[in-house]
Design a protein around this ligand. Structure first.
Ligand code: ZN
Length: 453
């Protein structure tokens, strides 16, 4: 696909940039951006917009008004972080331009709605009014910084109990009392009107589909198509919302699928996004479909063969965050340990397209054999050997940037593995052919599921 003159392959894995929503590794992911080249990125409006106070807000985003493109904004952030010294001295940092990346803006509406609910003292009518205003402000913002694609503002589906929310019973009661479908549909209508009223709007807009069951998902997709007709306006594509978590989902998503033969582990999470992709694909013709938060390695193949064109996941870099201080002192001891280590993505496909022999998945860095050849991605080329990664990782107490750098090598290698899988899949007509060319336990299991979807 061509997105504002940039190439967006189908399928595409979006790397999640959470700079502004955390420190440490989140900063270094921007600093070492070149290691994932032009891999597209998802950014979160709540994190990058300092008009919403939040724990890790970055002062650098106060300068946002100075930049005409989101790429220029991130070029500025990267340069500022490097200047601050957040880079390993043993690494020679090349020039890099974020304008080559496709940026997708997601609203982070869950955090926004919490703040709005508080600010209106849990008054439902005021909340509804204010949330619609917030959505329009979000679309204006995306246009000002020229985001390439914007995800429709949506309240999201399920609310998991997150940070301290339990301590706020009023908020919990308020969230439970909301008619989310009604508000989400009002947001869809606002969005379609917004597109109609802004013919020169820069970002491509994705309509966010929601629904608790497959039947509701299909109904909501039809509702979006009817809005397009009613207002004579068109979304560029669709975003699949509320399907990233396999916990607490309606059992009807799993109809006709019995995982006892292949086991749930690694497979259960692939079913809901795959089914949602299939439902939406059958209704919307050939337009883009992005599965929000559904880009975990195991999800990618079924998402694609069921009709999704892109997806994102924070997991590759999040697994790096498991590395504790203590683990840096015992990284050369391969004995399985209870200590939290940064995790390395094993298996997958080498950059020369050959299959790797290891079992696919994340394992603790100390358990990765020093003799294991690396995959040939830019991060692995920098690292040269597993031993070098462990060496850098072990230097935490004397050179914290060496440790951060090792963590980026690990995390960005995992990102490149997700991307590599996306490059290979379109060469095969379906999961059947693909799993013959790349035979392993994971892909055989996915084939089993695919036959039952
Ligand atoms: Zn690699």
């Amino acid at each position: 696909m061509n997105v504002h003159g940039k190439d967006l392959p189908v399928p595409s894995f979006f790397q999640v940039y959470n700079y502004g929503g955390g420190n440490g590794d989140k900063d270094r992911e921007i600093v070492y951006a070149e290691l994932t080249g032009n891999t597209p990125a998802l950014i979160n409006y709540f994190y990058i917009n300092n008009s919403f106070p939040h724990t890790f807000s970055s002062k650098l985003f106060n300068e946002i008004g100075r930049f005409n493109t989101v790429g220029d904004l991130y070029n500025f952030i990267r340069a500022s972080l490097i200047k601050k010294g957040e880079i390993y001295r043993g690494y020679s940092s090349p020039d890099y331009d974020f304008n080559q990346k496709v940026f997708l803006l997601d609203s982070g509406a869950y955090n926004i709605m919490k703040q709005i609910a508080e600010s209106v003292d849990y008054n439902l009518a005021l909340f509804r009014e204010r949330i619609l205003e917030a959505a329009a402000e979000y679309y204006d913002f995306a246009d000002r910084i020229k985001c390439d694609i914007v995800v429709g503002f949506d309240l999201g589906g399920k609310y998991t109990e997150k940070d301290g929310e339990k301590k706020n019973p009023r908020l919990v009661r308020f969230l439970a009392s909301l008619d989310k479908n009604e508000i989400n549909n009002a947001l869809l209508e606002l969005t379609v009107k917004y597109i109609k009223e802004h013919p020169d709007y820069y970002p491509y807009v994705l309509a966010t589909v929601h629904g608790d069951t497959p039947a509701e998902y299909s109904e909501n997709t039809r509702y979006i198509l009817s809005l397009e007709e009613q207002y004579n306006a068109r979304f560029w594509g669709f975003a699949l919302g509320g399907v990233a978590s396999y916990k607490q989902v309606d059992p009807s998503w799993y109809n006709d699928i019995n995982l006892s033969r292949i086991g749930k582990r690694g497979f259960i999470e692939t079913i809901v996004p795959a089914r949602a992709s299939k439902i939406v694909r059958e209704l919307v013709g050939d337009r883009p479909i992005h599965a929000l938060g559904c880009g975990g390695y195991n999800n990618i193949a079924l998402n694609y063969y069921c009709g999704a064109t892109s997806f994102d996941a924070a997991s590759p870099v999040r697994r790096v965050g498991d590395g504790s201080e203590e683990s840096t002192r015992i990284v050369f001891d391969p004995t399985p340990s209870k200590v939290g280590f940064s995790k390395f993505f094993m298996g997958g496909i080498n950059m020369d397209n050959t299959m790797r022999p290891e079992k696919t998945g994340y394992i603790k860095l100390n358990e990765v054999p020093d003799s294991m050849p690396l995959c040939g991605c830019p991060a692995c080329l920098q690292a040269q050997t597993v031993h070098n990664i462990k060496q850098l990782y072990s230097m935490k107490s004397t050179n914290s940037e060496a440790n951060y750098y090792s963590r980026q090598l690990i995390g960005l290698h995992a990102v490149m593995q997700h991307r590599k899988l996306c490059e290979i899949l379109p060469n095969y007509a379906g999961i059947q052919d693909f799993s013959i060319a790349y035979p392993n336990e994971l892909f055989r299991g996915l084939k089993y599921i695919s036959e039952r979807l």
